[in-house]
Design a protein around this ligand. Structure first.
Ligand SMILES: *[C@@H]1O[C@H](CO)[C@@H](O)[C@H](O)[C@H]1NC(C)=O
Ligand SMILES: *[C@@H]1O[C@H](CO)[C@@H](O)[C@H](O)[C@H]1NC(C)=O
Length: 404
């Protein structure tokens, strides 16, 4: 059940984001009589010459955009994406790439697959990445001039060559060696509906690519409450219309209990079941999925990139008001929505801990405790957001304890 619910949240928020996007630019789009403009190509990203992989973190999405919103307006969750922000790389890069390889080896088609009509788009996605990475991260990646072309991943030491003409799963396998992100892919088919047609989804947490592939948005959304015909139509319209030079991004969040990005332990809990005795709430993770939306110019493939980023609750100790914000969202959030997030599994152990963190912030003078939680960004005076990001390479204390 948990899986279904979480997928529901993902889809629902996706729908909301897309609907808002359409609304925001709807009028303009409608007036453009010739959408197939020549200049739909995104500019090149700016190079990060001083990129330090050992200390790199992603942007702190909690601050750079409205990951946790209070009051909660689902429709305000998305923003146009600068090309620089398409692919973020952080200090756990190697761990993600290795973990992805392990999951692909174990699960195969369940996590990496492509319908025949999607194979070309996989090739174009691979080309797009191979073009992007050496431009954005010149110290980590280098193009190889060889027959078929290639890319040298200096972090893993791998040289991926003979890429030209790679399609379908072969192309997705190359992508899996390059970035932390997963890619769920969609296409508009002849019947005018958008279908999930493939992808590389090793780290979904709560759902499986194999349950979505070759399904229309309509079918894939069937279990999602609040979803109706009207909404579906505007989502599809947006996905068909948004152009390669109009990428957008959003984030979603969840509390999860372990580092298994592929399938969290919690995903197997039945309604009402709780986390095991001995689990310390400081080791709950706040999982942010950075979702990126791009349209490929040649194949018209719709690319949903997803990069899961994990912070332990303990890491919020130095983020003023954030523990209070999380507590408020849980205590007063829409019960239906909170249910989708499997809140009952962890709420009892998390809430007292959040109160403890808040009390400590008051003691330290970080906050007075009287602030509006929505103002948490304003407490960061120098514009330097706390950039805490737990490394996933080591098990948490709770994980070690429970393994015993
Ligand atoms: C966050 O998103 C809003 C739109 O929802 C946008 O106006 C704002 O500039 C974004 N903030 C940052 C720091 O990107
Ligand atoms: C996708 O679904 C359609 C009909 O539901 C079926 O005819 C087709 O063979 C499926 N394609 C793949 C690649 O599974």
């Amino acid at each position: 059940m948990a899986g279904l619910h979480t997928l529901g949240v993902f889809l629902l928020s996706f729908v909301a984001a897309v609907t808002w996007y359409f609304y925001a630019r709807g009028q303009k789009a409608r007036k453009e009589t010739n959408p197939v403009a020549a200049e739909q190509k995104l500019p090149d990203p700016d190079p990060l010459w001083d990129f330090d992989l050992a200390t790199a973190t992603t942007r702190n999405h909690l601050y750079v955009n409205k990951t946790v919103r209070w009051p909660y307006f689902q429709t305000m969750a998305h923003q146009p994406m600068h090309v620089n922000n398409w692919i973020e790389i952080d200090k756990d890069y190697k761990w993600y790439i290795e973990e992805k390889a392990r999951v692909i080896k174990e699960k195969g088609k369940v996590v990496i697959d492509s319908c025949p009509d999607n194979d070309e788009a996989c090739g174009e996605l691979m080309e797009t990445l191979v073009d992007y990475l050496p431009k954005r991260y010149p110290t980590l990646f280098e193009r190889i001039d060889c027959p078929g072309g290639g890319i040298w991943n200096k972090v893993t030491g791998e040289k991926l060559i003979g890429l030209e003409g790679k399609l379908g799963v072969d192309a997705l396998m190359v992508c899996s060696r390059l970035v932390q992100d997963d890619f769920l892919m969609g296409l508009e088919r002849e019947d005018g509906s958008v279908y999930f047609t493939g992808g590389l989804v090793a780290f979904p947490g709560f759902y499986l690519l194999s349950k979505k592939i070759n399904k229309s948005l309509r079918i894939a959304h069937a279990p999602v409450p609040y979803f109706n015909e009207k909404l579906l139509m505007s989502v599809e319209r947006t996905l068909k219309r948004f152009k390669p030079n109009e990428p957008f991004e959003r984030t979603s969040w969840e509390i999860v209990d372990d580092r298994n990005l592929h399938w969290h332990n919690m995903a197997d809990l039945d309604a009402g079941q709780k986390l095991p005795e001995g689990f310390h709430p400081k080791d709950l993770f706040f999982r942010v999925d950075h979702q990126t939306f791009r349209k490929l110019p040649r194949t018209k493939g719709i690319i949903f990139g997803v990069h899961p980023i994990m912070k332990r609750l303990e890491d919020f100790e130095d983020s003023p008001l954030v523990p209070m914000l999380l507590a408020k969202v849980h205590a007063e959030g829409d019960p239906k929505l909170m249910n989708y997030k499997v809140v009952s599994a962890y709420q009892d152990i998390m809430m007292p801990y959040l109160q403890e963190l808040t009390a400590r912030q008051i003691d330290r003078g970080l906050i007075t405790g009287k602030e509006e939680v929505a103002a948490f960004r304003e407490l960061i005076k120098d514009g330097k957001y706390p950039s805490t990001q737990t490394s996933l390479t080591q098990p948490t204390e709770s994980e070690k304890y429970l393994k015993k």
